[in-house]
Design a protein around this ligand. Structure first.
Ligand code: SAM
Length: 279
């Protein structure tokens, strides 16, 4: 199926990106399209009203969020069948990116209507390009699973991947997630992008080992970025000196050996042999 987006007037669902904090981050085209469509589908009508008023957009809003999207799907398809033009927005950024949209997009395509993106802000790219970490390849993981074991299991699959990891996280879970990232991935460069585009935007460039010292503000929105699997750092310390240093920092012997193995990208038994023989 080939969609010629602008060569006929087929009913269309526009996927319109809106700001991730700064109301001015709307493209001219986004404003134009939102003024033209018959209905705007949004997550929270009150949140969207603020943006729409700011840009003097006055089109009818339909609430479309995670809790009603299934029952609304058929209504939306019927609107398209009746030749109405629709725009989907979310509370912030690009709809579908950890926001409602995917099922609707799939269904609209299945029914033979157009889906056209009006690109704009998304926290992924703003965070990535300001991080200073390798930009491509990168992998966007969205929100990690909430359960610690599921989180660990997922991260295990990324241990040897070279690409930068981009993760969304709730401010209340950032601290714990950083601990798990360190535990599973070892020491790597870490960037925390907080409150992007807003007055209190903060980009913290550090590493996972140091992250326990960070004072995480539990207000605001965070993107966590971690560098991919890198060449192991060359340590001046011998293996046993390294283990002893980590024990001095407060870890027990067994954990310290594990940590050294992870940091150096070698097996636990290599560390164990060197430490036990020389210690
Ligand atoms: N659709 C949005 C997008 O395109 O980025 C993402 C929506 S998702 C529900 C919300 C998450 O995105 C937040 O928990 C945070 O991880 C990230 N996020 C959104 N806006 C942000 C901002 N201004 N600064 C940092 N992170 C942000």
């Amino acid at each position: 199926m080939i969609q010629h987006s602008f060569q006929n007037n087929k009913p269309t669902l526009y996927i319109v990106s809106t700001p991730i904090g700064n109301l001015k981050d709307m493209t001219h085209r986004a404003v134009e399209i939102l003024k033209e469509v018959d209905y705007i589908l949004c997550e929270d009508t009150r949140t969207s009203k603020t943006l729409l008023n700011y840009h003097q957009i006055d089109r009818p809003l339909i609430s479309f969020h995670d809790f009603n999207k299934e029952e609304k799907l058929e209504d939306m398809i019927n609107l398209l069948k009746n030749n109405h033009m629709l725009a989907l927005i979310s509370d912030a950024g690009t709809p579908g990116i950890n926001d409602p949209g995917y099922e609707l997009i799939k269904e609209v395509i299945k029914q033979g209507f157009h889906v056209v993106a009006i690109p704009g802000a998304s926290a992924i790219l703003a965070a990535l390009v300001s991080s200073g970490l390798m930009i491509q390849p990168f992998t966007f993981l969205g929100f990690l699973p909430k359960k610690q074991n599921d989180k660990k299991a997922l991260l295990e699959t990324y241990v040897q991947r070279k690409e930068t990891l981009v993760i969304y996280e709730s401010p209340l879970r950032v601290k714990k997630t950083l601990e798990i990232l360190y535990q599973i991935l070892g020491n790597r460069k870490l960037v925390l992008a907080r409150e992007l585009t807003k007055l209190f935007e903060t980009i913290t460039r550090t590493d996972l080992e140091q992250s326990h010292n960070l004072d995480i503000d539990t207000r605001g929105e965070y993107v966590i970025l971690v560098e991919g699997d890198h060449e192991p750092i060359i340590y001046d310390l011998s293996l046993e000196e390294h283990v002893k240093q980590i024990i001095n920092e407060g870890q027990d012997e067994k954990t310290a050996m594990k940590t050294v193995a992870k940091l150096r990208g070698i097996t636990k038994s290599e560390v164990y042999k060197a430490f036990k023989i020389k210690a």
